[in-house]
Design a binder for this molecule. Structure first.
Ligand SMILES: [Zn+2]
Length: 527
């Protein structure tokens, strides 16, 4: 490849690379979600619904001026055209710069400052080069290389001039498919927000295609608009479904021509892409995840005895028994599980379980009450268990290595006996509804399963329903994934004990869950 003088060269860049900051602790390698994921609104995986039209894209590429290479990657498949062909990154490397910076040792452990956001925002949204230089000066070539190793890139090479970083379509799709997993949890939504809000003037290529139902994250690079390079690297998500695409072009002749090439390539690769709006797919969804059987509309007084049965479902790290109180017969078709306390310093929910244990359950319902899933933590008034693990980050679905002591996810998924006990119980009884009581946010989190169920709980209990979003390795995330059609959600009680009036509202809310009530859309959490 001929060397071309490019305008972002700066004398400062060479010296600056000596001040490299090592990247943060590895999080991503073991944190891949399972490939089995039905595209929302359908019963099938993305790979079953769609294949990139590689031949049409290659035929088109051959008809265009320029040095073209591309790749497409789903959770199960990869295809490409010259996927290991190296090109200069231009501004595409800014996504790597951002991730490296946000996950670097000092930044990952603190909140972002106004200075951080005043640099990162323009670097991504309007592709500001001065801001990129500041971040490059901070993380250095070593920081970028460390990220490339975490991702498993095979043809990546840094350069003292950041715009001449060597990238390939294969490596970039590997990075973008799970780009969020390389950013520490506290900064993840910020990073993704930036990649989703590229300035209108830069939304050419992939940004010109209608993709209803999908969220678009991308970064482009265009070598100051000379046609030297025109690239885009893209992540599309819809629920758990993901696909990443990279199109790299060099020597296009002009920027407008390069932009047209990218748009034409993406349009061909995405031919037949399942872009139906979610609304149109309701019927299919109901088929895919049949609702749990509705409980018979029985009066509260029923055949089940009020007396509860005590079952030890496991033991804590310190050997304390984890106890469940079971009300209602094993033959009951509808089972509910309530956990009073999993974070040992957020235990107000136990009072709600105690109130429920003194009442009868309707017929057709079996109620499992686990007051303390984390008895060692409760005894020590600590969030974590006796091993210092945040149990609500230790479940295996989308588990991530989190080293922040507050949210320490454990050395590996399911490392803790309390996690194993909870998983065994949930696998055994397959609750239609699971409620995890926490504190002190005073809200109901609808972020998983059927949102209508959590929304109904919020209505009856007089709380606000909202969407807290994704927590890697959390208990609801795991059980909602394991048992489609069921709902596991979090009730964040306010600080302090539950008062008498609130207590009766919560008992009524649980009765509504027993009766199979729900309210409104299943999917209102998604934007
Ligand atoms: Zn909590």
């Amino acid at each position: 490849m001929a060397r071309v003088t490019v305008p972002w060269i700066r004398a400062a860049a060479v010296a600056a690379t000596l001040a490299a900051v090592p990247a943060g602790v590895t999080v991503a390698a073991g944190a891949r979600p399972a490939a089995r994921c039905a595209v929302p609104g359908t019963t099938r995986t993305l790979d079953q619904l769609w294949h990139p039209d590689r031949s049409a894209a290659i035929a088109y590429a051959r008809s265009r001026v320029g040095d073209i290479a591309f790749a497409v990657r789903t959770q199960g498949r990869f295809s490409g055209y010259r996927p290991d062909h190296q090109e200069w990154s231009a501004s595409v490397v800014k996504a790597m710069l951002m991730v490296t910076y946000l996950d670097s040792a000092p930044v990952r452990n603190r909140a972002l400052t106004d200075r951080d956001t005043s640099i990162l925002g323009p670097m991504i949204r309007v592709s500001d080069n001065d801001d990129a230089q500041i971040i490059f000066d901070t993380v250095g070539q070593a920081g970028l290389s460390a990220l490339a190793r975490r991702v498993g890139m095979t043809h990546f090479a840094t350069n003292p001039v950041w715009g001449e970083t060597h990238i390939t379509p294969r490596d970039q799709t590997r990075f973008f498919l799970h780009i969020d997993s390389y950013v520490v949890a506290r900064h993840r939504s910020y990073a993704m927000r930036l990649l989703r809000s590229i300035a209108p003037a830069d939304r050419w290529g992939i940004g010109e295609l209608p993709l209803p139902g999908w969220k678009l994250y991308f970064k482009g690079g265009w070598g100051y608009g000379t046609g030297l390079e025109d690239h885009q690297v893209v992540l599309l998500t819809r629920g758990c479904a993901r696909v990443s695409l990279a199109v790299l072009t060099m020597y296009d002749g002009s920027h407008p021509y390069g932009k047209a090439t990218l748009k034409g390539l993406f349009a061909r690769l995405l031919r037949g892409f399942p872009t139906r709006p979610r609304r149109a797919a309701r019927g299919a969804h109901a088929h895919a995840h049949p609702r749990a059987p509705r409980a018979r509309r029985a009066p509260i007084v029923a055949s089940a005895a009020a007396a509860s049965r005590r079952v030890v479902i496991g033991h804590s790290a310190r050997g304390r028994p984890i106890v469940a109180h079971v009300l209602g017969p094993d033959a009951a078709p509808r089972k509910l599980l309530l956990v009073g306390c999993i974070h040992g310093n957020e235990c107000a929910g136990i009072a709600i379980l105690s109130a429920l244990a003194r009442q009868r359950v309707p017929s057709g319902v079996q109620l499992w009450l686990v007051p303390e899933m984390n008895p060692d933590g409760s005894a020590a008034d600590s969030r974590q268990n006796a091993d210092g693990v945040d149990l609500n980050r230790n479940f295996p679905y989308k588990w991530e290595r989190i080293t922040d002591p507050t949210y320490y996810a454990g050395p590996r998924p399911v490392s803790e006996p309390e996690t194993r006990a909870a998983m065994a119980l949930i696998r055994r009884i397959k609750p239609a509804v699971t409620i995890w009581y926490h504190q002190h946010m005073d809200l109901v989190d609808m972020a998983g399963g059927d949102r209508g169920v959590a929304r109904r709980y919020a209505q009856v209990s007089g709380m606000r329903a909202t969407c807290l979003g994704f927590f890697a390795g959390s208990a609801p995330l795991w059980s909602n994934h394991l048992l489609p059609g069921t709902t596991s959600f979090v009730v964040e009680l306010p600080a302090g004990p539950v008062g008498a009036a609130a207590l009766s509202r919560h008992v009524r809310a649980v009765r509504a869950m027993e009766a199979g009530q729900r309210s409104g859309s299943r999917t209102s959490c998604r934007g």
